[in-house]
Design a binder for this molecule. Structure first.
Ligand code: SF4
Length: 361
């Protein structure tokens, strides 16, 4: 079979499975090429170790890598990469991802990745919403962003990696590409990530939850809730007008959690908005019908935001009220990379000079 010359994306080949590569008539086996592409710690300085002929064949399929346009390191060990995605006619789109070692110089790493350039959901506390949806990332671009980050910053072994789809965009709004990327990233011939090491975080796109549940390589689910009344949630997250809390909770009750699996409920604490004791009690009640873990996230302030994080005593009182109401599992997320605007809520996805602040799902 001859090489396919028409291509939709300049990164498509990164999301081809061994069988899909084989079907393109390359001059080596699909398994061989897939392993060379998907194991970045084995790349040479110039990229995957493949013959010039194979690299030429892959170039025809769309095998460019995102360019690291900027890199910022935080005092706490986190790093933020600004990636320029190749586009038609030399036009580039920008996304950011954050690389968070568990501790300074620790090999275990969480990568926070993006699924879209911009976002369509219009959450009122989020500057990404002001961008609107510039475009969806392709599966190849999602895979390539992970490989570029691993190549640049590690870890050197996939067993030390956790992926969270909590960067720019709403992953369930681009579920086909996210699902395809997950299938590639979990393929044992490549990175072989365990699906449980991948978390997809949604603002609450109810119909897509069912589709997510049916994925063969189903990741862990996180839902960014942020409010416990429809009036406040609709104000913060307009998607709540379409899928109000009762509908969302019913979908989470139906969600087929595996043994010992819990749905993570993320709750960004906004001073004076959603941080009262009654909010905590309603939050505990909302979560009661399904296996869950509540992750409290004090808001990461930024220059354009009118919102603020509550003080430590309020955060502690909120967590205590949750625990008193029900026996919940509660964690408080201490964001990483705040000094490089890489903490949750601070990603920009634009080159310096065009920077716009973003709050993440
Ligand atoms: S908070 Fe998340 S879902 Fe909402 S607009 Fe921002 S990126 Fe999109």
């Amino acid at each position: 079979m001859s090489l396919q010359r028409a291509r939709a994306s300049r990164c498509d080949a990164w999301a081809f499975s061994p069988a899909e590569l084989a079907a393109r008539g390359l001059s080596a086996s699909g398994e061989h090429v897939f392993a060379a592409l998907q194991r970045p710690w084995r790349w040479s300085d110039s990229g995957p170790e493949l013959s010039p002929r194979l690299l030429g064949e892959l170039a025809e399929l769309g095998c460019e890598l995102p360019r690291i346009a900027a890199r910022h390191g935080s005092a706490d060990g986190a790093s933020k990469l600004l990636l320029a995605l190749p586009g038609p006619g030399g036009a580039e789109a920008h996304i950011e991802l954050v690389h968070m070692p568990r501790a300074v110089r620790n090999a275990r790493v969480t990568l926070c990745v993006s699924s879209q350039v911009g976002c369509a959901l219009g959450c009122t506390f989020c500057a990404t919403a002001q961008l609107g949806l510039e475009r969806q990332l392709t599966a190849g671009e999602i895979v390539a962003q992970v490989l570029v980050a691993l190549r640049a910053l590690g870890p050197r072994h996939p067993g030390e990696l956790t992926l969270v789809f909590m960067g720019m965009g709403e992953p369930l709004h681009n579920l086909a590409a996210v699902a395809k990327a997950i299938a590639i990233l979990t393929n044992p011939a490549g990175l072989g990530l365990a699906p449980r090491r991948i978390t997809v975080s949604t603002a609450g796109l109810v119909p897509q939850l069912e589709r997510l549940a049916q994925l063969p390589q189903r990741p862990m689910l996180a839902v960014s809730l942020n409010a416990t009344s429809d009036s406040l949630r609709s104000e913060l997250r307009p998607i709540n007008r379409r899928y109000p809390l009762a509908e969302l909770r019913a979908a989470l009750e139906r969600y087929p959690c595996r043994p010992r699996e819990r749905i993570t409920i993320e709750y960004v604490l906004l001073a004076g908005m959603n941080d009262g004791i009654e909010d905590a009690q309603r939050l505990a009640d909302f979560c009661a019908p399904f296996p869950h873990l509540i992750n409290l996230i004090p808001f990461n302030g930024h220059a354009r935001s009118a919102f603020q994080a509550p003080g430590e005593p309020t955060i502690e009182a909120f967590a205590r009220a949750l625990l008193q109401r029900r026996s919940c599992l509660v964690t408080v997320r201490r964001s990483r990379g705040g000094d490089i605007a890489g903490a949750c809520g601070q990603l920009a996805g634009a080159p310096a000079g065009q920077r716009r602040l973003a709050v993440l799902s």
